[in-house]
Design a protein around this ligand. Structure first.
Ligand code: NAD
Ligand code: TYD
Length: 339
Protein backbone atom coordinates (compact mmCIF):
# COMPACT_ATOMS: atom_id res chain seq x y z
CA UNK A 1 0.00 0.00 0.00
CA UNK A 2 1.23 3.49 -0.85
CA UNK A 3 -1.52 5.89 0.20
CA UNK A 4 -4.31 5.38 2.72
CA UNK A 5 -6.98 7.73 4.00
CA UNK A 6 -7.82 7.66 7.69
CA UNK A 7 -10.97 9.46 8.80
CA UNK A 8 -11.32 10.69 12.38
CA UNK A 9 -7.55 10.63 12.82
CA UNK A 10 -7.53 13.47 15.38
CA UNK A 11 -9.49 11.38 17.89
CA UNK A 12 -8.24 8.86 20.40
CA UNK A 13 -7.87 5.66 18.38
CA UNK A 14 -7.31 7.31 14.99
CA UNK A 15 -4.34 9.34 16.26
CA UNK A 16 -2.77 6.26 17.84
CA UNK A 17 -3.35 4.34 14.59
CA UNK A 18 -1.72 7.02 12.42
CA UNK A 19 1.35 7.19 14.67
CA UNK A 20 1.58 3.38 14.68
CA UNK A 21 1.28 3.08 10.89
CA UNK A 22 3.82 5.85 10.16
CA UNK A 23 6.29 4.03 12.39
CA UNK A 24 5.59 0.52 11.05
CA UNK A 25 5.33 1.39 7.34
CA UNK A 26 7.91 4.09 6.50
CA UNK A 27 6.96 4.35 2.79
CA UNK A 28 3.24 4.76 3.43
CA UNK A 29 1.46 8.12 2.90
CA UNK A 30 -1.43 8.83 5.24
CA UNK A 31 -4.11 11.47 4.68
CA UNK A 32 -6.06 12.28 7.82
CA UNK A 33 -9.58 13.63 7.26
CA UNK A 34 -11.15 15.03 10.41
CA UNK A 35 -13.96 17.52 11.05
CA UNK A 36 -12.40 18.57 14.38
CA UNK A 37 -15.55 18.20 16.44
CA UNK A 38 -15.14 18.65 20.21
CA UNK A 39 -13.46 15.18 20.24
CA UNK A 40 -10.96 15.98 17.50
CA UNK A 41 -7.71 17.40 18.80
CA UNK A 42 -5.05 18.42 16.29
CA UNK A 43 -2.54 18.46 19.16
CA UNK A 44 -2.80 14.66 19.34
CA UNK A 45 -0.62 14.45 16.22
CA UNK A 46 1.76 17.34 16.86
CA UNK A 47 4.72 14.95 16.83
CA UNK A 48 3.99 13.68 13.30
CA UNK A 49 2.75 16.83 11.59
CA UNK A 50 6.14 17.55 9.99
CA UNK A 51 6.44 13.98 8.65
CA UNK A 52 6.47 14.23 4.82
CA UNK A 53 4.24 11.13 4.63
CA UNK A 54 1.48 12.71 6.70
CA UNK A 55 -1.17 15.19 5.58
CA UNK A 56 -4.18 16.68 7.38
CA UNK A 57 -7.39 17.73 5.62
CA UNK A 58 -10.09 19.37 7.70
CA UNK A 59 -13.62 18.37 6.68
CA UNK A 60 -16.58 16.14 7.37
CA UNK A 61 -17.23 12.64 6.08
CA UNK A 62 -20.79 13.87 5.45
CA UNK A 63 -19.49 16.37 2.86
CA UNK A 64 -19.57 14.38 -0.40
CA UNK A 65 -17.75 16.93 -2.59
CA UNK A 66 -14.95 17.28 -0.09
CA UNK A 67 -14.54 13.51 0.25
CA UNK A 68 -14.61 13.07 -3.54
CA UNK A 69 -11.90 15.70 -3.93
CA UNK A 70 -9.56 14.17 -1.33
CA UNK A 71 -10.04 10.62 -2.57
CA UNK A 72 -9.45 11.53 -6.22
CA UNK A 73 -6.34 13.69 -5.60
CA UNK A 74 -4.08 10.63 -5.88
CA UNK A 75 -4.64 6.86 -6.14
CA UNK A 76 -5.96 5.67 -2.78
CA UNK A 77 -5.26 2.09 -1.68
CA UNK A 78 -7.59 2.02 1.32
CA UNK A 79 -9.96 4.09 3.44
CA UNK A 80 -10.19 3.35 7.16
CA UNK A 81 -13.18 4.97 8.82
CA UNK A 82 -12.69 5.92 12.46
CA UNK A 83 -14.76 9.13 12.24
CA UNK A 84 -17.72 8.96 14.57
CA UNK A 85 -19.58 10.44 17.44
CA UNK A 86 -18.38 7.98 20.05
CA UNK A 87 -19.77 8.78 23.50
CA UNK A 88 -22.85 6.87 24.70
CA UNK A 89 -23.88 9.54 27.24
CA UNK A 90 -23.91 12.24 24.55
CA UNK A 91 -26.04 10.02 22.29
CA UNK A 92 -28.62 9.83 25.08
CA UNK A 93 -28.77 13.64 25.27
CA UNK A 94 -28.94 14.17 21.47
CA UNK A 95 -28.80 11.41 18.88
CA UNK A 96 -28.86 13.80 15.89
CA UNK A 97 -25.08 14.10 15.33
CA UNK A 98 -24.76 10.31 15.76
CA UNK A 99 -27.22 9.62 12.95
CA UNK A 100 -25.50 12.21 10.75
CA UNK A 101 -21.87 11.22 11.17
CA UNK A 102 -22.11 7.54 12.01
CA UNK A 103 -24.76 6.60 9.46
CA UNK A 104 -24.95 9.31 6.76
CA UNK A 105 -21.18 9.90 6.88
CA UNK A 106 -20.53 6.17 6.40
CA UNK A 107 -22.94 6.09 3.46
CA UNK A 108 -21.11 9.02 1.82
CA UNK A 109 -17.76 7.24 2.26
CA UNK A 110 -19.15 4.00 0.82
CA UNK A 111 -20.62 5.77 -2.23
CA UNK A 112 -17.50 7.78 -2.96
CA UNK A 113 -15.17 4.80 -2.44
CA UNK A 114 -17.36 2.70 -4.72
CA UNK A 115 -17.40 5.17 -7.58
CA UNK A 116 -13.67 5.92 -7.20
CA UNK A 117 -13.02 2.13 -7.11
CA UNK A 118 -11.01 2.31 -3.88
CA UNK A 119 -9.75 -1.29 -3.50
CA UNK A 120 -10.27 -1.63 0.28
CA UNK A 121 -12.56 -0.04 2.88
CA UNK A 122 -12.36 -0.78 6.60
CA UNK A 123 -15.16 0.21 8.96
CA UNK A 124 -14.02 0.58 12.57
CA UNK A 125 -16.96 -0.62 14.63
CA UNK A 126 -17.61 -1.64 18.19
CA UNK A 127 -18.69 -4.66 20.26
CA UNK A 128 -21.58 -2.49 21.50
CA UNK A 129 -23.52 -3.35 18.31
CA UNK A 130 -24.09 -6.84 19.80
CA UNK A 131 -26.00 -5.40 22.77
CA UNK A 132 -25.56 -6.63 26.32
CA UNK A 133 -24.59 -9.99 27.83
CA UNK A 134 -25.73 -11.55 31.10
CA UNK A 135 -23.19 -13.11 33.45
CA UNK A 136 -22.24 -15.82 30.93
CA UNK A 137 -21.10 -16.03 27.30
CA UNK A 138 -19.13 -14.00 24.76
CA UNK A 139 -19.83 -12.06 21.58
CA UNK A 140 -18.66 -13.82 18.44
CA UNK A 141 -18.86 -12.46 14.88
CA UNK A 142 -22.08 -14.52 14.49
CA UNK A 143 -23.86 -12.91 17.46
CA UNK A 144 -26.97 -11.10 16.13
CA UNK A 145 -26.84 -7.30 16.28
CA UNK A 146 -28.99 -5.97 19.14
CA UNK A 147 -27.78 -2.45 19.93
CA UNK A 148 -29.25 -0.72 22.99
CA UNK A 149 -28.15 2.94 22.85
CA UNK A 150 -28.50 5.59 20.15
CA UNK A 151 -24.70 5.38 19.79
CA UNK A 152 -24.58 1.62 19.27
CA UNK A 153 -27.69 1.70 17.07
CA UNK A 154 -26.02 4.21 14.76
CA UNK A 155 -22.86 2.10 14.63
CA UNK A 156 -24.91 -1.03 13.87
CA UNK A 157 -26.73 0.82 11.07
CA UNK A 158 -23.36 1.75 9.56
CA UNK A 159 -22.19 -1.89 9.77
CA UNK A 160 -25.35 -3.01 7.99
CA UNK A 161 -24.73 -0.45 5.23
CA UNK A 162 -21.23 -1.88 4.74
CA UNK A 163 -22.71 -5.38 4.62
CA UNK A 164 -25.33 -4.25 2.08
CA UNK A 165 -22.68 -2.69 -0.18
CA UNK A 166 -20.52 -5.82 -0.02
CA UNK A 167 -23.46 -8.06 -0.88
CA UNK A 168 -25.07 -5.88 -3.55
CA UNK A 169 -22.09 -4.31 -5.30
CA UNK A 170 -19.20 -6.65 -4.46
CA UNK A 171 -17.81 -3.68 -2.52
CA UNK A 172 -14.43 -4.46 -0.86
CA UNK A 173 -15.55 -3.70 2.70
CA UNK A 174 -14.36 -5.19 5.99
CA UNK A 175 -15.56 -4.54 9.54
CA UNK A 176 -13.73 -4.67 12.87
CA UNK A 177 -15.58 -4.73 16.19
CA UNK A 178 -13.55 -3.99 19.27
CA UNK A 179 -14.18 -3.81 23.00
CA UNK A 180 -13.45 -0.80 25.26
CA UNK A 181 -10.09 0.82 24.52
CA UNK A 182 -7.78 2.60 26.95
CA UNK A 183 -4.44 4.35 26.53
CA UNK A 184 -2.91 7.76 25.77
CA UNK A 185 -4.88 10.56 24.06
CA UNK A 186 -8.35 9.35 25.13
CA UNK A 187 -10.75 12.26 25.55
CA UNK A 188 -11.35 12.83 29.28
CA UNK A 189 -15.08 12.15 29.14
CA UNK A 190 -14.58 8.35 29.01
CA UNK A 191 -14.21 6.36 32.22
CA UNK A 192 -10.46 5.78 32.45
CA UNK A 193 -9.12 9.25 31.47
CA UNK A 194 -11.95 11.02 33.34
CA UNK A 195 -11.28 9.11 36.54
CA UNK A 196 -7.47 9.50 36.29
CA UNK A 197 -7.71 13.24 35.71
CA UNK A 198 -10.30 13.75 38.46
CA UNK A 199 -8.17 11.81 40.95
CA UNK A 200 -5.06 13.77 39.96
CA UNK A 201 -6.97 16.98 40.74
CA UNK A 202 -8.18 15.60 44.08
CA UNK A 203 -11.77 15.36 42.82
CA UNK A 204 -14.26 12.50 43.23
CA UNK A 205 -15.13 9.98 40.50
CA UNK A 206 -18.77 9.43 39.39
CA UNK A 207 -19.58 5.70 39.31
CA UNK A 208 -22.87 5.00 37.54
CA UNK A 209 -25.37 2.85 39.50
CA UNK A 210 -23.66 0.22 41.67
CA UNK A 211 -20.61 -0.02 39.45
CA UNK A 212 -21.37 -3.65 38.64
CA UNK A 213 -21.38 -3.24 34.84
CA UNK A 214 -18.60 -5.19 33.14
CA UNK A 215 -16.39 -4.01 30.28
CA UNK A 216 -13.64 -5.93 28.43
CA UNK A 217 -10.60 -3.61 28.25
CA UNK A 218 -8.01 -3.58 25.48
CA UNK A 219 -4.99 -1.35 25.05
CA UNK A 220 -5.42 1.02 22.11
CA UNK A 221 -2.22 -0.23 20.45
CA UNK A 222 -3.52 -3.80 20.45
CA UNK A 223 -6.65 -2.50 18.72
CA UNK A 224 -4.48 -0.57 16.22
CA UNK A 225 -2.48 -3.72 15.48
CA UNK A 226 -5.77 -5.56 14.92
CA UNK A 227 -6.93 -2.94 12.42
CA UNK A 228 -3.54 -3.11 10.69
CA UNK A 229 -3.79 -6.93 10.47
CA UNK A 230 -7.34 -6.69 9.07
CA UNK A 231 -6.24 -4.12 6.51
CA UNK A 232 -3.32 -6.28 5.36
CA UNK A 233 -4.71 -9.80 5.73
CA UNK A 234 -8.47 -9.65 6.32
CA UNK A 235 -10.92 -11.20 3.86
CA UNK A 236 -13.35 -8.85 2.11
CA UNK A 237 -16.87 -9.09 3.50
CA UNK A 238 -15.70 -10.45 6.86
CA UNK A 239 -16.15 -9.13 10.38
CA UNK A 240 -13.32 -9.46 12.94
CA UNK A 241 -13.80 -9.05 16.70
CA UNK A 242 -11.02 -7.70 18.93
CA UNK A 243 -10.89 -7.74 22.71
CA UNK A 244 -8.34 -7.71 25.50
CA UNK A 245 -9.56 -10.72 27.52
CA UNK A 246 -9.70 -8.38 30.52
CA UNK A 247 -13.19 -8.25 31.98
CA UNK A 248 -13.64 -5.93 34.95
CA UNK A 249 -16.60 -4.54 36.82
CA UNK A 250 -16.48 -0.73 36.76
CA UNK A 251 -16.12 -0.65 40.53
CA UNK A 252 -13.13 -3.05 40.42
CA UNK A 253 -11.46 -0.85 37.81
CA UNK A 254 -12.29 2.28 39.82
CA UNK A 255 -10.66 0.77 42.92
CA UNK A 256 -7.54 -0.15 40.90
CA UNK A 257 -7.24 3.44 39.66
CA UNK A 258 -7.77 4.83 43.16
CA UNK A 259 -5.07 2.57 44.58
CA UNK A 260 -2.57 3.29 41.80
CA UNK A 261 -3.08 7.03 42.31
CA UNK A 262 -2.65 6.79 46.09
CA UNK A 263 -6.24 7.81 46.96
CA UNK A 264 -8.97 6.17 49.10
CA UNK A 265 -12.50 4.88 48.47
CA UNK A 266 -13.75 8.23 49.75
CA UNK A 267 -13.13 9.47 46.20
CA UNK A 268 -16.00 7.29 44.94
CA UNK A 269 -19.28 9.12 44.26
CA UNK A 270 -22.13 6.81 43.26
CA UNK A 271 -24.42 8.65 40.84
CA UNK A 272 -27.68 7.91 38.99
CA UNK A 273 -27.22 5.10 36.49
CA UNK A 274 -27.02 5.69 32.73
CA UNK A 275 -30.46 4.96 31.15
CA UNK A 276 -30.44 1.61 29.35
CA UNK A 277 -26.93 0.86 30.68
CA UNK A 278 -25.58 -2.35 29.08
CA UNK A 279 -24.61 -4.80 31.82
CA UNK A 280 -21.73 -6.68 30.28
CA UNK A 281 -19.58 -6.82 27.15
CA UNK A 282 -17.13 -9.67 26.51
CA UNK A 283 -15.46 -10.53 23.23
CA UNK A 284 -14.42 -13.83 21.73
CA UNK A 285 -11.52 -12.89 19.47
CA UNK A 286 -10.54 -16.43 18.38
CA UNK A 287 -11.28 -15.66 14.71
CA UNK A 288 -8.80 -12.76 14.63
CA UNK A 289 -6.23 -14.92 16.42
CA UNK A 290 -6.65 -17.84 14.01
CA UNK A 291 -7.19 -16.03 10.71
CA UNK A 292 -5.12 -12.87 11.15
CA UNK A 293 -2.41 -14.17 13.48
CA UNK A 294 -3.27 -11.35 15.89
CA UNK A 295 -3.06 -11.47 19.68
CA UNK A 296 -3.33 -8.79 22.35
CA UNK A 297 0.21 -8.01 23.54
CA UNK A 298 -0.26 -5.49 26.33
CA UNK A 299 -1.04 -6.95 29.77
CA UNK A 300 -3.72 -4.91 31.55
CA UNK A 301 -1.76 -4.04 34.69
CA UNK A 302 1.28 -2.83 32.76
CA UNK A 303 -0.91 -1.02 30.22
CA UNK A 304 -2.93 0.71 32.91
CA UNK A 305 0.18 1.85 34.80
CA UNK A 306 1.71 3.14 31.57
CA UNK A 307 -1.55 4.98 30.79
CA UNK A 308 -1.61 6.58 34.23
CA UNK A 309 2.02 7.62 33.76
CA UNK A 310 1.09 9.22 30.42
CA UNK A 311 -1.76 11.24 31.96
CA UNK A 312 0.48 12.29 34.86
CA UNK A 313 3.18 13.44 32.41
CA UNK A 314 0.61 15.14 30.15
CA UNK A 315 -1.61 16.98 32.61
CA UNK A 316 -1.36 20.08 30.43
CA UNK A 317 -2.94 18.07 27.56
CA UNK A 318 -5.99 17.40 29.78
CA UNK A 319 -6.06 20.97 31.12
CA UNK A 320 -6.04 22.39 27.59
CA UNK A 321 -9.10 20.25 26.84
CA UNK A 322 -10.86 21.22 30.07
CA UNK A 323 -10.25 24.93 29.42
CA UNK A 324 -11.03 24.71 25.68
CA UNK A 325 -7.53 26.01 24.78
CA UNK A 326 -6.87 22.93 22.59
CA UNK A 327 -9.29 24.41 20.02
CA UNK A 328 -6.92 27.31 19.33
CA UNK A 329 -4.14 25.06 18.00
CA UNK A 330 -5.94 24.74 14.66
CA UNK A 331 -6.18 28.53 14.34
CA UNK A 332 -2.49 28.81 15.19
CA UNK A 333 -1.60 26.33 12.42
CA UNK A 334 -4.12 27.23 9.72
CA UNK A 335 -5.15 30.82 10.54
CA UNK A 336 -8.84 29.92 10.68
CA UNK A 337 -11.04 29.79 13.79
CA UNK A 338 -12.89 26.58 14.68
CA UNK A 339 -16.64 27.03 15.08
P1 NAD B 1 -13.16 9.87 19.36
O1 NAD B 1 -14.47 10.44 19.75
O2 NAD B 1 -11.98 10.04 20.25
O3 NAD B 1 -12.73 10.45 17.92
C1 NAD B 1 -13.62 10.62 16.86
C2 NAD B 1 -12.95 11.49 15.80
O4 NAD B 1 -13.84 11.60 14.68
C3 NAD B 1 -12.66 12.92 16.27
O5 NAD B 1 -11.37 13.31 15.87
C4 NAD B 1 -13.71 13.76 15.55
O6 NAD B 1 -13.29 15.08 15.28
C5 NAD B 1 -13.89 12.96 14.28
N1 NAD B 1 -15.20 13.19 13.65
C6 NAD B 1 -16.41 13.22 14.23
N2 NAD B 1 -17.36 13.49 13.31
C7 NAD B 1 -16.73 13.62 12.12
C8 NAD B 1 -17.16 13.88 10.79
N3 NAD B 1 -18.46 14.07 10.50
N4 NAD B 1 -16.25 13.92 9.80
C9 NAD B 1 -14.93 13.74 10.08
N5 NAD B 1 -14.46 13.52 11.31
C10 NAD B 1 -15.35 13.45 12.32
O7 NAD B 1 -13.44 8.33 19.07
P2 NAD B 1 -12.50 7.07 19.29
O8 NAD B 1 -12.67 6.57 20.67
O9 NAD B 1 -11.14 7.35 18.77
O10 NAD B 1 -13.23 6.01 18.33
C11 NAD B 1 -12.86 5.90 16.96
C12 NAD B 1 -13.74 4.85 16.31
O11 NAD B 1 -13.58 3.59 16.97
C13 NAD B 1 -15.23 5.17 16.37
O12 NAD B 1 -15.80 4.81 15.14
C14 NAD B 1 -15.75 4.30 17.50
O13 NAD B 1 -17.10 3.96 17.29
C15 NAD B 1 -14.84 3.10 17.38
N6 NAD B 1 -14.61 2.34 18.62
C16 NAD B 1 -14.21 2.99 19.76
C17 NAD B 1 -13.96 2.25 20.92
C18 NAD B 1 -13.46 2.93 22.19
O14 NAD B 1 -13.33 2.26 23.21
N7 NAD B 1 -13.15 4.22 22.18
C19 NAD B 1 -14.11 0.86 20.91
C20 NAD B 1 -14.51 0.25 19.71
C21 NAD B 1 -14.75 0.99 18.59
P1 TYD C 1 -17.41 4.68 28.76
O1 TYD C 1 -15.95 4.96 28.96
O2 TYD C 1 -18.33 5.84 28.51
O3 TYD C 1 -17.53 3.59 27.61
P2 TYD C 1 -18.84 2.73 27.12
O4 TYD C 1 -20.06 3.35 27.65
O5 TYD C 1 -18.73 2.90 25.63
O6 TYD C 1 -18.60 1.34 27.59
O7 TYD C 1 -17.94 3.92 30.04
C1 TYD C 1 -17.37 2.71 30.49
C2 TYD C 1 -18.20 2.19 31.64
O8 TYD C 1 -18.07 3.09 32.74
C3 TYD C 1 -19.69 2.14 31.34
O9 TYD C 1 -20.25 0.99 31.98
C4 TYD C 1 -20.24 3.40 31.96
C5 TYD C 1 -19.33 3.64 33.14
N1 TYD C 1 -19.07 5.05 33.51
C6 TYD C 1 -19.22 5.47 34.84
O10 TYD C 1 -19.57 4.67 35.72
N2 TYD C 1 -18.96 6.77 35.12
C7 TYD C 1 -18.57 7.67 34.17
O11 TYD C 1 -18.39 8.89 34.49
C8 TYD C 1 -18.42 7.23 32.82
C9 TYD C 1 -18.00 8.20 31.73
C10 TYD C 1 -18.66 5.90 32.54
Amino acid sequence: MQRIIVTGGCGFIGSNFIRHMLTQHPGLSIVNIDALTYAGNLENLRDVESNANYEFQKGSICDREFIERVISEKPTDAVINFAAESHVDRSILDSGPFVQTNIVGTQVLLDVCRSAKVPRYLQVSTDEVYGSLGAEGFFTEETPLAPNSPYSSSKAAADLLVRGYVHTFGFPGLITRCSNNYGPYQFPEKLIPLFISNLLRGESVPVYGKGDNVRDWIHVLDHCRGIEATLLRGKVGEVYNFGGRTELQNIELTRMLIKLLGKTDESIRYVTDRPGHDLRYAIDCAKAEEELGWQPQVGFEAGLQETIDWYVANQDWVERIRSGAYRSYYEQQYGERLA
